[in-house]
Design a protein around this ligand. Sequence first.
Ligand code: BDP
Length: 328
Amino acid sequence: MTHFRKLKLAGATALAAMSMVFGAGAAEWRGWNIHVEDYPVSVAMESFMAEVTEKTGGELTGTVFHAGVLGDQPDAIEQTRLGIMDFGVFSLGPMGQAVPETNVVSLPFIFSSIDQMHRLMDGEVGAEIDKGLQAKGIVALGWYDAGARSFYNSQKPINTPEDVAGMKIRVMSNDLFVGMVEAMGGNATPMAFGEVYQSLQTGVVDGAENNPPSYESTNHYEVAKYYSLSEHLIIPECLCMSKKTWDGLSAEQQEIVLAAGRASADYQRELWAEREQASMDVIKAAGTEVNTVADKAPFQAAMTEVYDKFLADNPELTDLVNMIRNAE
Ligand code: BDP
């Protein structure tokens, strides 16, 4: 027997022994993350995994892969549904295709504030969306903060919807965001997050939209120096687990995992608040021209057609939309 073959056999025996000790669910979890390592989402995901490992006495272990090295978000969502990926933090923005309920939080200006978003996501609205996710093979363990998204571009400050007209704007992959930009007269280009920097730099797009930490952590401010606080989207993010992985856990493990997910969401929200401030400081120091959109009403008015089309296409989601719109 060759040395190599002996080694392989020894490895296989060790694996078999491990699965006898730990059962079938003993494989290392793989966690998907699009952000760089020091981002609030990333730090909270690490703390989630560490707590799960600690509280299960090492029964459940895993690795978080940061910076999108495991691929783009739409693919990662599919892989999580299939159980190829065990968990990940996803913006609900690009989830609409797979899970229609998530689209309600991608409607522009649907939440009146970040606090309202948290309150509703931690209550009935979050529960409804979790139901939709579960039907598609995903369990929501906690809702993370992603602040509010605003426009940035390389041309000029935006103060009115007319300022967006004629601009090429990158959006996340979801028809709702295409409709949103088109309703202002702009041209929307759905594109992966990782491609935006170069597209801004080479003029493939004039602008994009995101929250301050993402605008800063991706260095987009270097190539699009006008940041206009339109705050048109407040989209929560989900610490999501594959239902396949979840179903393979014991009741006791599920309890630990859920508690760790909730705790990591609380932690992430704290980190988020700090990072938002720090990011604003970084971009201002770098010479970004930041302007507040004094009157958001014309932007909101321009969204009427987006809502009309959405409700016509998804009548079954009317109650969920109204639950948010009528909330205090
Ligand atoms: C960031 C979200 C991330 C999205 C990204 C984007 O945290 O999940 O992929 O925006 O614009 O704010 O694609």
